[in-house]
Design a protein around this ligand. Structure first.
Ligand code: PLP
Length: 391
């Protein structure tokens, strides 16, 4: 189906932060499959985990015990707020599970009328019907029938409006602590704490979508850890969880998941042995403290250099935002054109809302590669300036 506007570029192989075309041309990958290849391409640890599992067992069914699933669930609960996990194949399915978990929680509490999910403008939660209804981008709903009941949208960043919007039918608030698609907009730590408090006062469940910003991308294992006492009740993960192998997870406290009893949810593939082997290997790499130190160091360097670019190219770069290695560059010139300028420099970057481009490099990007990315971005800025002048 013609649903993608694809760049005229294909890759044959990848290694670390580089992608290579069939002709052997190298590109510096600063989008990592949109925050997926956090450990780089063809990471040997992940390759070994996949190969070893592929030779033993690919798939059974969730009607059997799956030891790899128990191991990854144990790991995820030991490093987060959560007690229980449901595994999916994608981010949007993890959000789907989060919404179902929240509504079923209230149903189990004898409050079936609590179905409303409060979301935010500019948010993105995936492409299933429920996920596009939860997302704050009306264009993704166009033509797919009337908006579903039970979804409310508020402007980004205004906690007072959330307080006013919470009512007797509110089930949950779904927040990306750092919006990805929306253009790398971060909620303040104070706002996340206030939202947590509001939820505690009202019995509303707090869902974090850390599909893009989680698992080390912001310089902490989970973005919510930047705020003290703002842990969620439910959290969706995906992307970096499999480092390129399709896997997602919905994490919850045992109380939040009280309605998710036998038969209330399921998946054929979710949590199969192949995905769990890669997921466990990926998480064990991502939780290494040295990696988080590296991410924070790199993020500081890139932020400083990008601020310099903004000063040298105020006609091109308007703002630098985001957190850690989820970096948004808001532009004065069209972002799609800027992505092409970057590709002309053999640098891959992602687009984003609010006329941003995003840098989402593998977390293992080296300091030398970060320098190279800045040099390429500088040349892309020069191209954008020249094009704007010629127009
Ligand atoms: N939520 C966020 C924050 C995302 O960035 C994405 C994907 O970009 C999704 C949900 C949907 O994930 P998937 O494309 O794996 O379904």
């Amino acid at each position: 189906m013609g649903v993608y506007s694809r760049a005229p570029l294909a890759f044959e192989r990848g290694e670390g932060s580089r992608l290579y075309t069939a002709d052997g041309e190298a590109y510096l990958d600063c989008m990592a499959g949109i925050a997926v290849n956090a450990l780089g391409h063809a990471n040997p640890v992940l390759v070994d985990a996949l190969k070893a599992q592929a030779e033993k067992l690919w798939h059974v069914s969730n009607i059997f015990k799956i030891p790899g699933q128990e191991a990854l669930a144990d790991r995820l609960t030991s490093i987060s707020f959560a007690d229980v996990v449901f595994f999916t194949n994608s981010g949007t399915e993890a959000i789907e599970c989060a919404i179902k978990t929240a509504r079923k929680h209230h149903w189990a509490n004898g409050q079936p009328e609590r179905i409303d999910i409060i979301g935010f403008e500019g948010s993105f939660h995936g492409r299933t019907i429920a996920a596009v209804n939860a997302s704050g981008n009306p264009s993704y709903l166009e033509g797919f029938g009337p908006p579903l009941p039970g979804f409310v949208h508020l402007p980004f960043g205004d906690v007072e409006l959330i307080r006013k919007a919470i009512g007797p039918t509110t089930a949950a608030i779904v927040v990306e602590p750092v919006q990805g698609e929306g253009g790398a907009r971060a909620w303040t730590e104070a706002a996340l704490c206030e939202i947590r408090q509001l939820c505690d006062e009202t019995g509303v469940l707090l869902i974090y979508d850390e599909i893009q910003c989680g698992l080390g991308r912001t310089g902490k294992l989970f973005a919510y850890e930047w705020a003290e006492d703002a842990a969620p009740d439910i959290m969706a993960l995906a992307k970096a969880l499999g480092g390129g192998f399709p896997v997602g997870a919905c994490l919850a406290t045992v109380d939040a998941a009280k309605g998710m009893t036998v038969g209330s949810h399921g998946s054929t593939y979710g949590g199969n042995p192949l995905a769990m082997a890669v997921g466990l290997a990926a998480v064990d790499e991502l939780i290494k403290p040295a990696l988080m130190d590296h991410v924070n160091e790199l993020a500081g360097y890139l932020n400083q250099q990008l601020t310099g670019l903004r000063e040298r190219f105020p006609d091109v770069v308007v703002d630098i935002r985001g957190k850690g290695l989820l970096i948004g560059i808001k532009l004065a010139t069209p972002n799609r054109e800027f992505m092409q300028h970057a590709r002309d420099e053999h640098l891959l970057i992602a687009g984003g809302g609010d006329n941003c481009v995003r840098l989402l490099p593998p977390l293992v990007l080296t300091q030398a590669e970060a320098r190279e990315a800045i040099e390429k971005l500088e040349r892309a800025c020069e191209r954008a300036r020249t094009q704007a002048k010629a127009a």
